[in-house]
Design a protein around this ligand. Structure first.
Ligand code: IFM
Length: 453
């Protein structure tokens, strides 16, 4: 037996996002979001599905909180849908939207579950997209208004706030790669979008603090460890570039108030930035972005093995990785340790939470009506163990949120991917805790687990 115990106060939870689970997109005054528009555009989503109904959480939230309570969850990270709160993007507040989240928060607290609220997990009101979206600076100002409304309404009870989820996805994946809404292929727009997302974070932090005394405020980035495929100088250089593209471009402004110089030079040379360079940066922006925060949220799923050739092809992973999830992502738990150590050393963070970590496997209920998702359980066990190693080495890791509580709408992949520790039957909306959930329940109860078990 090699039992790993976690420190007292370490928080265990799960995470979700509004558009992925709520459904009810036409109810109670919610307006159209960019994801409604995108999913209803033919050809954008692998299985042609939408988030119109998703997990029907908007109607089943009580049941979902009860589910978490039964599983012994200590914390729950969820996001607020901007179009429910400010249907016009800014201006008039939709009280019904606020009431929904107020009831959810009350129920969570009643169940002894600490709410972690993400303000933006990608469902921008379409009306703001029509006005320019994230590439337009005004969207950052609108976000601050939205953050003010939500934190004023919930700030007495919510004490953990995450401004944004995964700025890389909001900017590059959505505006350059075009896989996510709004589906653009435009480098300068993507970089401007990323800047405005970071800026809106920096401007919103003091507002949230003022509305929610004593709260912890942070941001969540998704990191992919970049590893050189060989010792060749060109592979090492390529992996440094991928790291700049994916990780440093977002973390450096937050903690060093500057975009990485090597990447600025590269993007200029490649014509990804306007001739004038960082034209979207106005005086004071970088200091605002580097506002002091209480924690960094870390989403970790996999690493990228980079060679000069694969970087040329857009950073694709070389084949074959032995073990992959159904997303095609390599299972690499050691990367969790390496990433946490790297962040600790490079950015001197006061506190970190793993705000997402999980795996997509499609194991379904068998004749016994149970879901034997041993691969997910092993995935979680090994990633928990890697996190424990980092903790032991001095990383101030304070909690872990498994992605995800329930199977849900996986963006451009629709319902073809199942990340939940709880199975969802989309026809009946039945929920069945998978074996991984039952194992996790035990980990939480014992605050530790057998790393070899
Ligand atoms: O489902 C997503 C989530 O919304 C953001 N992080 C990655 C998850 C899995 O792709």
């Amino acid at each position: 037996m090699s039992v790993l115990q976690f420190p007292k106060g370490f928080l265990w939870g799960t995470a979700t996002a509004a558009y992925q689970i709520e459904g009810a997109v036409y109810e109670d005054g919610r307006s159209e979001s960019i994801w409604d528009r995108f999913t209803h555009t033919p050809g954008k989503i692998l299985d042609g599905s939408t988030g119109d109904v998703a997990c029907d959480h908007y109607h089943r939230w009580r049941e979902d909180v009860a589910l978490m309570k039964n599983l012994g969850m200590q914390a729950y990270r969820f996001s607020v849908a901007w179009p429910r709160i400010l249907p016009g993007g800014r201006g008039a507040v939709n009280q019904a939207g606020l009431d929904f989240y107020r009831r959810l928060v009350d129920e969570l607290l009643e169940a002894g579950i600490t709410p972690f609220v993400t303000l933006y997990h990608w469902d921008l009101p379409q009306v703001l997209q029509d006005a320019g979206g994230w590439p337009a600076r005004a969207t950052a100002e609108a976000f601050v208004e939205y953050a003010d409304v939500v934190s004023r309404a919930l700030g007495d009870q919510v004490k953990h706030w995450i401004t944004h989820n995964e700025p890389w996805c909001i900017s590059i994946l959505s505006h350059q790669i075009g896989e996510h809404a709004p589906g653009w292929h435009d480098w300068p727009a993507a970089l401007a979008a990323g800047h405005h997302v970071l800026l809106s974070h920096g401007l919103a932090v003091p507002v949230i603090r003022a509305n929610s005394p004593g709260a912890e405020v942070g941001i969540t980035l998704n990191f992919t460890q970049s590893v050189a495929a060989s010792d060749r100088a060109e592979d090492i250089a390529a992996s440094r570039i991928f790291d700049g593209f994916f990780n440093r471009w977002f973390a450096d402004p937050l903690y060093y108030a500057a975009y990485p110089e090597d990447m600025v030079a590269l993007y200029r040379a490649q014509g990804h930035l306007p001739a004038g360079g960082l034209e979207f940066v106005q005086p004071g922006d970088m200091a605002a972005i580097a506002v002091t925060t209480d924690f960094l949220g870390v989403n970790y799923y996999t690493r990228a093995v980079i060679s000069a050739e694969t970087l040329e092809q857009g950073g694709a992973l070389p084949e074959p990785a032995l073990d992959r999830t159904e997303m095609g992502w390599e299972v690499y738990p050691e990367g969790m340790y390496e990433l946490l150590m790297r962040l600790h050393v490079d950015y001197h963070l006061p506190k970190l939470y793993i705000t997402e970590s999980g795996a997509s496997y499609s194991d379904a209920p068998g004749p016994d009506r149970r879901v034997h998702d041993e691969r997910r359980r092993t995935f979680l066990r090994d990633h928990f163990a890697a996190s424990h190693r980092a903790l032991t080495a001095g990383v101030p890791l304070a909690g872990y949120f498994v992605w995800s509580l329930i199977d849900n709408f996986e963006w451009a992949k629709g319902y073809t991917q199942r990340f939940g520790i709880v199975w969802v039957d989309y026809a009946t909306q039945e929920r069945i805790p998978k074996d991984s959930a039952l194992w996790y329940q035990q980990v939480i109860a014992e605050h530790g687990f057998d790393a070899a078990g």
